[in-house]
Write a protein that binds this ligand. Structure first.
Ligand SMILES: [Zn+2]
Length: 139
């Protein structure tokens, strides 16, 4: 194995490690959002070029899932890119919104900084449990 390869592999491992720590740190959905019974995230990944649709993906999130809404950029070699849906999810929960659409642009870099090399369109569908906590009744 060449030296460069080893460095790359090490860097990759460190990145994965950080990611796992981030995931663990957020906790699970039922802890963070007790009123949410499911979240469906539909995404279409776009890239620059003649075939702009890179992939379509659906992520199903349940109360036992990690409350982790940072989606990876699917572009090979993209550095510290991705799509953070956390603020959107937080806003939906706060306002009891059942659906939200939008788009995000990846701001990661590939070798040389290329702004907007990829983007997603997302649609988030959220279900809230019927037994949502009510304000405590005063006796
Ligand atoms: Zn990217």
């Amino acid at each position: 194995m060449q030296r460069g390869q080893m460095v790359n592999r090490h860097r990759y491992a460190a990145k994965m490690d950080l990611k796992r720590q981030n995931r663990l740190a957020v906790g699970i959905v039922s802890d963070r959002f007790p009123d949410v019974s499911s979240i469906i995230i539909n995404m279409i990944y776009y890239q620059k070029g003649p075939n702009p649709v890179l992939m379509e993906r659906t992520v199903n999130i349940f109360p036992g899932s990690d409350a982790y809404f940072m989606m990876d950029c699917m572009t090979k070699g993209c550095n510290s890119g991705g799509y953070d849906l956390t603020p959107v999810v937080n806003d939906m929960v706060k306002n009891h919104k059942a659906a939200k659409k939008g788009s995000l642009i990846c701001e990661g870099t590939i070798d040389v900084p290329v702004a907007g090399h990829a983007s997603i369109e997302y649609e988030i569908l959220m279900r809230f449990s019927k037994t949502a906590r009510k304000a405590p009744v005063l006796k």
